[in-house]
Design a protein around this ligand. Structure first.
Ligand SMILES: CCC/C=C/C(=O)SCCNC(=O)CCNC(=O)[C@H](O)C(C)(C)COP(=O)([O-])OP(=O)([O-])OC[C@H]1O[C@@H](n2cnc3c(N)ncnc32)[C@H](O)[C@@H]1OP(=O)([O-])[O-]
Length: 302
């Protein structure tokens, strides 16, 4: 985000942006769009990325069954994919969605926090921070197409995006339920939620580890729009066109201005946050809570 001006110029020149503008406005174009249509895909075990260079929109599909939980491999794939897209001059916007039925993401893989030592906790938490930081500080327009339940780390992906569209299904839930798991949402994610919901609603949501149904999430502003499940992705694409109609440089500077304080605070306290997490999560009492929660998850299935 610090390099927002340096990066902004790249998005507004070249054939791909003319084509993207043409696609956006639905206007006749000197170059037939299909002649230049170019798709660039990359797939790792947990994440698939499809970039359509003619529109400038990348779709990142989470594909780690059974629940898209965020293990180390997921976090590494996510960081690499974000870096590549951020550097790709053809990419202006990112849509996040899931290929796993009924689940956007179950959040952090609890097995990465259970029965592990402080060294692992340190590496893991740095990777979690990096996921949030890369998305929250992205120059791209980021839209979460939440097509399933999205607790904790899943909600993080939605909260740190610019816009959230969720499937209109009361059985799908979203929220920061860390306290229920026996851990604590980090200050930077709390700040992110305060900016979205306000202080009072965030305080209640975090203390009560509240998971909201899709309609309730819309009511409190945790998501911006509900649409039928089959329209989540197409609505995200339509919404992207609206965000693309604003010049990249001014939108990016505005985004940077809105998010700078939270980012600066995160960067100055990042190492302390990692140490706190590693000390906290390896305590016997916290391990016990995680063990109980895991057992409850397994029991639910039995
Ligand atoms: C950055 C800020 C801090 C963030 C903290 C967090 O994210 S903390 C995380 C907070 N997250 C939560 O509290 C969400 C907990 N998860 C859920 O509430 C539900 O799984 C669901 C609603 C996401 C999907 O319901 P569903 O009926 O479609 O699926 P199901 O329930 O039958 O699960 C299938 C299998 O996946 C397993 N598994 C599930 N989640 C996790 C996980 N996070 N980890 C590991 N494993 C997990 C589950 O045990 C089962 O394993 P089994 O028995 O086959 O070996």
């Amino acid at each position: 985000m610090a390099s927002v001006l340096r990066h902004s110029a790249k998005f507004t020149s070249g054939i791909s942006s003319s084509l993207a503008a043409c696609a956006r406005n639905g206007t006749a174009c000197a170059f037939p769009c299909h002649a230049f249509r170019h798709r660039n895909s990359s797939t790792s075990s947990k994440i698939r990325v499809d970039l359509d260079s003619s529109t400038g929109v990348a779709v990142m599909t989470l594909q780690g069954p059974p629940v898209n939980s965020m293990c180390m491999d997921f976090l590494t794939d996510f960081a690499i994919s974000m870096e590549k897209l951020e550097l790709d001059k053809n990419c202006r916007g990112l849509i996040l969605t899931s290929a796993v039925p009924k689940v956007f993401s179950a959040g952090l893989d609890i097995m990465e926090m259970y029965g592990k030592g402080p060294e692992h906790a340190t590496v893991f938490w740095r990777a979690v921070q990096e996921m949030w930081f890369k998305l929250y500080s992205s120059n791209m327009v980021t839209i979460a197409a939440v097509n399933g339940s999205s607790p904790a780390g899943g909600c993080l992906l939605a909260l740190s995006s610019d816009y959230r569209i969720m499937a209109d299904n009361p059985r799908y839930v979203i929220g920061l339920n860390e306290a229920q798991v026996g851990i604590v949402a980090p200050f930077w994610l709390k700040d992110n939620m305060v900016q979205t919901l306000g202080h009072r609603q965030t305080e209640k949501s975090l203390q009560l580890a509240q998971l909201y149904s899709a309609p309730d999430a819309l009511k409190i502003g945790l998501v911006d729009k509900l649409v039928p499940e089959e329209k989540v992705l197409s609505t995200a694409t339509e919404t992207m066109a609206k965000w693309f109609s604003i010049p990249d440089h001014s939108r990016q500077i505005t985004k940077s201005m809105m998010r700078k304080q939270t980012i600066d605070k995160f960067l100055s306290n990042r190492e302390t946050d990692i140490n706190n997490f590693a000390n906290f999560v390896t305590k016997d009492s916290i391990q016990k809570s995680l063990g109980t929660y895991l057992a409850k998850l397994k029991k639910k299935k039995a």
